[in-house]
Design a protein around this ligand. Sequence first.
Ligand SMILES: *Cc1c(COP(=O)(O)O)cnc(C)c1O
Length: 411
Amino acid sequence: MTTINDNYLKLKAGYLFPEIARRVNTFAQANPDAKIIRLGIGDVTEPLPEACRMAMIQAVEDMGSRNTFKGYGPEQGYTWLREKIAENDFHRYGCTVDADEIFISDGSKCDTGNILDIFGDDNIIAVTDPVYPVYVDTNVMAGHSGEVNNQGEYEGFVYLPITAENDFTAQLPTQKVDLIYLCFPNNPTGATATKEHLQAWVNYAKENHSIILFDAAYEAFISDPSVPHSIYEIEGARDCAIEFRSFSKTAGFTGTRCAFTVVPKTLTGKARNGSDVELWKLWNRRQSTKFNGVSYIVQRAAEAIYSDAGKAQVKDLIRFYMDNAKIIRDKLTEAGLTVYGGTNAPYVWVKTPHGLTSWDFFDKLLQTVNVVGTPGSGFGAAGEGYFRISAFNSRENVEEAMRRITEKFRE
Ligand SMILES: *Cc1c(COP(=O)(O)O)cnc(C)c1O
């Protein structure tokens, strides 16, 4: 008899996005003329930068000649890309990160899940609430939780609420936790962390011998010079933090697939026999065994992000989305709504008016102005009463959605 991984049965059925689709479809069928605008998605809409496309075309040509053809590349990624990343993303901000501490991958979603391979099953896991669901679900799949309650909280995890009351920065846990997931700039709230806040986390992690899993997928959207771009800008972080970065949102790579994870050689974890083991060695072994690298063509596209033309094109791309975010913030404020985020992140986090639940507000927005967003409660219990609007869309759609909201939705 073949048995299954029963932990999968504990997962709350993929509820959020299927439920959004169900409500939108029901509405669309009843109102076939309604022009629905979707501001709920966390996917980019604008084309891949030209520098990346040109690099890919050249790389395809390389594959067509015996002299420049590439077979299997290094599992960790090509050195030329790792060196560019070390220089541009870390040394530029004064961070010590060596090229061989950077592992190129096909996505941060998989890396944040796969990283659990190298950790024990008895670690206490802390996540913010609301949270990017991947951190929670991958721990449930690995058997690190008990059952889920009707608010969507799993027994055994430490949830750290992030709300307007604490400026969307979690209070340090009062108990000892081992693995801490932090995401800044934050999806879904659009919040950023100050150096002081991250320093408090690093101090906590060092005192408690915990590891911070720092997801900086939205780093490129930071415009405020006081906001740290990397956890390694914080003193002591090399002793307690792994950082995940992705080209998905930075340069429109959601369909092209390239990301990287930084595992400093200074990080250790405890083996059952009490010895300290380098996490870098374990992750290197994990990737070499279970992963065969990102395609040469895609790594060349990622490298082009760091060329002069690539940097300029990425800057324009980010500015485009952040101009959308500003329009969303300004117009929602004009309509009488309270908004957060959207200044160093492509998400605007809206407080639902009149104490409406997230889903009530979803229905109201859909029915009165035919605009779709994402209910905050779908990201965690403390997201109740909030709503996420994404800046990833065409200017035309953003302007039209905001025009409808200011005209018909004024509070
Ligand atoms: C989009 C996103 C990522 C990137 O995932 P990829 O697999 O690299 O596309 C990572 N973390 C968060 C929080 C995200 O929203």
